[in-house]
Write a protein that binds this ligand. Structure first.
Ligand SMILES: C[S@@+](CC[C@H](N)C(=O)[O-])C[C@H]1O[C@@H](n2cnc3c(N)ncnc32)[C@H](O)[C@@H]1O
Length: 246
């Protein structure tokens, strides 16, 4: 009998941001596969199935293992942070399940709150009109391709959400992003750096394009850069929906 592979989005971290449909999948799964720290976010009483933790960077192995276990007849939950379709596990899981051909399990993808909207909610409504997301990680995308997208998006007048802004060893894409934004956007354009949204140690820093090079960013930070429609209202950032900014 074929099992089922559910790819579930845990949201930004706090259990009260876990969608009800994801909680139902976690509760009913025989087997949970995920990065160790995502598994640790979910208490055993909410997800009593057998756990198979993986270390960071083993995404392909995790997806293959989850697809195999589901093909063998188990009900498997493959965990992703945020939303599994946004820089998450869903694409790999679908590929691996399809690669099993006739044996491939049924796959279902369960959305979660992604870092962009989690972070936006903490600073107001900066994504109220058009916005774009870009991951600054050049581990999977060749640098020339990433640099071309970065330049085009910095020049476009849309709010921009930067995922994976920098790690200890990888700072160049962030430095390029800052330089490109400072070339293309007015210096007072609002910027927010949100670290560990909805997790212990959450922090929110507001800056502007002119001073954003002073922000410290890491792999637990997401950065939101406003457009010409984004204004500050006290501590809030708002992208105006129906009028030109003053
Ligand atoms: C591999 S991506 C995974 C994104 C995830 N699938 C999502 O939809 O949020 C990891 C990046 O997401 C961002 N991120 C994820 N959770 C976050 C949180 N709670 N607070 C701030 N940034 C977060 C960071 O930029 C991090 O480097």
């Amino acid at each position: 009998m074929k099992g089922r592979l559910a790819v579930v989005g845990l949201g930004p971290g706090a259990l009260d941001q876990l969608p009800a449909a994801v909680a139902t999948e976690l509760a009913g799964a025989d087997h949970l596969v995920g990065y160790r720290s995502y598994l640790d976010q979910v208490p055993a009483e909410l997800a009593p199935g057998r756990r198979e933790p993986y270390e960071l960077g083993e995404e392909r192995r995790r997806a293959r293992r989850a697809a195999e276990a589901a093909a063998e007849g188990q009900r498997v939950a493959l965990l992703s942070s945020g939303d599994p379709g946004i820089y998450g596990m869903a694409a790999l899981a679908i590929e691996e399940a399809a690669g099993l051909g006739e044996r491939g399990p049924e796959v279902a993808v369960f959305p979660g709150v992604t870092a962009a909207t989690a972070a936006a909610s903490l600073v107001g409504a900066p994504l109220a009109v058009d916005f774009a997301c870009l991951s600054l990680s050049d581990l999977l995308v060749p640098w020339p391709e990433l640099a071309a997208r970065l330049e085009a998006l910095c020049a476009a007048d849309v709010a921009l959400v930067l995922y994976n802004p920098a790690s200890r060893a990888r700072r160049r894409p962030w430095e390029w992003a800052v330089a490109s934004l400072q070339r293309h956007r007015p210096q007072p354009t609002p910027v927010a750096a949100v670290r560990r949204a909805y997790r212990a140690g959450q922090s929110v820093r507001l800056a502007d394009v002119g001073s954003m090079d002073e922000l410290e960013v890491d792999m637990e930070t997401v950065v939101i850069v406003g457009s010409s429609r984004t204004v500050r209202r006290g501590e809030w950032l708002v992208s105006l929906r129906d009028e030109a900014p003053p």
